[in-house]
Ligand binder design. Structure first.
Ligand SMILES: [Zn+2]
Ligand SMILES: [Zn+2]
Length: 280
């Protein structure tokens, strides 16, 4: 399968997203995937998986992924998921394991809204509420950086070293949201989560684009319509807004045309349409 690729300021992401069919976004440097999509042998190598909800276009490949890693003797995958579906998914893996007659090895982590899960010194991940037809949550990656405290700014290297050596804490840490992934949701995911509005990169579902499937219809199904993104443009403080999860009713050409025709210039400058490039 050919994966779409996206890069912004050194953060490289790849994956695929087709509404109702399959969605998975991979951050290779973080050894992480956001949703699993369907069964894809090329994704087995990534150890951290963040699941937004249990709809099959986001989830169905997960038992295969656990099975393959167990079979190949790879380290246990860390699978983060909403607390409310933890037990059911655990039961599902056990049943699969029974059917296959070998042990599935995995860490299933019930990930609480608003809690931070540390991946490494630089990055942690926080689940934030989404609004869909089943239990769901999005994920925001926070970057931790050290910063000199304001009172020590302007001091020279040796002076700073002296302070540090005498036990004074000269640095403070700041956390910034660098990436958010919506999974499936209504627009409230953006309106109610400041960290999502401020994420440098936001991967946001935009299932419907035209007037046949209007805003009301989109909301009824727990999705976002392009018109809602345009109406709420002021909330998007992101550097890049990557639109995913387009309904299968639109051809790639139509997706590009609808967005180009409807979206005002200022918003358009930050939008990236996550579909295969024209050449493919
Ligand atoms: Zn979906
Ligand atoms: Zn869904």
């Amino acid at each position: 399968m050919i994966l779409n690729e996206f890069e912004h300021k050194g953060i490289e992401l790849k994956g695929y997203s087709e509404g109702g069919i399959r969605t998975s976004i991979i951050w290779p440097a973080l050894n992480a995937m956001f949703d699993m999509g369907n069964s894809n042998p090329d994704q087995v190598q990534y150890q951290n998986l963040f699941l937004t909800h249990s709809h099959s276009d986001h989830f169905a490949g997960t038992p295969y992924y656990v099975s393959q890693r167990s079979l190949k003797g790879l380290p246990k995958p860390n699978i983060y998921l909403p607390v409310a579906i933890h037990e059911k998914v655990d039961r599902l893996f056990k049943l699969y394991s029974e059917l296959e007659e070998y042990e599935y090895k995995y860490n299933l982590i019930p990930a609480k809204i608003g809690e931070e899960y540390v991946l490494n010194k630089q990055y942690s991940v926080m689940p934030l509420p989404t609004f869909h037809r089943v239990v769901s949550q999005g994920y925001t990656v926070l970057e931790t950086r050290s910063k000199l405290k304001p009172e020590f700014m302007g001091l020279k290297g040796p002076e700073l070293k002296e302070k540090k050596d005498s036990g004074i804490e000269i640095e403070t840490t700041i956390k910034t949201p660098v990436f958010s992934f919506s999974g499936d949701t209504k627009i409230e995911y953006v309106l109610e989560n400041e960290a999502v509005q401020k994420s440098k990169i936001l991967f946001l579902e935009c299932t419907y684009l035209d007037n046949k499937r209007n805003v009301e219809r989109a909301r009824e199904w727990g999705h976002i319509h392009l018109d809602e993104i345009i109406q709420n443009a002021k909330y998007f403080q992101n550097e890049k807004l990557v639109l995913i999860h387009f309904s299968q009713r639109y051809r790639y050409k139509e997706i590009r045309e609808f967005i180009r025709d409807k979206v005002p210039k200022e918003l358009m400058e930050k939008i990236h349409i996550f579909i295969p490039s024209k050449k493919q």
